[in-house]
Design a protein around this ligand. Sequence first.
Ligand code: SF4
Ligand code: SF4
Ligand code: SF4
Length: 166
Amino acid sequence: MSGALSRRNFLRGRFAARRPLLRPPWAVAEADFAHLCSRCGDCGGACPTRIIVAGDGGYPTLDFGRGECSFCTACVAACPSGALQRQAEQPPWSLQATIGDSCLARQRVECRVCGDLCAAAAIRFVPQRGGPSLPLLDAARCTGCGACVAPCPVRAIVVAEVRDAC
Ligand code: SF4
Ligand code: SF4
Ligand code: SF4
């Protein structure tokens, strides 16, 4: 086995052993992703919001600190390897936002930034006695677009796979 190949397999083994990273929308199952993705970077180059970055081993991952996914499908169209594939009616992913305890409103400081920016109206604010209204996330509405992540002044929002969300 060549040095380059063994390094590639090592990276893939390490990659598979870790908790899944956030992949671009319409990525194939994580178990297949490392075998199909050639790490060409074409998806990242096509993304208008520049949220696809090179992650561990050079494989594409998402950085919602840079912006949101508009579900434009440009990354899928640009992918030459089949690592991103969109079937008809297939949802882009199972990502969802969660709001952590560092949320300003939960710390009794008025803030409604996330609710103002959520195009899906997945965050509403519930009045509470003696303090600011609290954000409540409607999981059924949340698309996992990440638009609420970067604008949150305290970065209290995390977007993760539904099964990993806490
Ligand atoms: S669907 Fe569009 S905005 Fe979303 S990651 Fe792909 S290229 Fe970027
Ligand atoms: S933007 Fe952040 S701090 Fe403000 S209400 Fe939403 S989660 Fe809380
Ligand atoms: S991830 Fe998108 S849809 Fe979900 S709460 Fe944030 S802005 Fe709204």
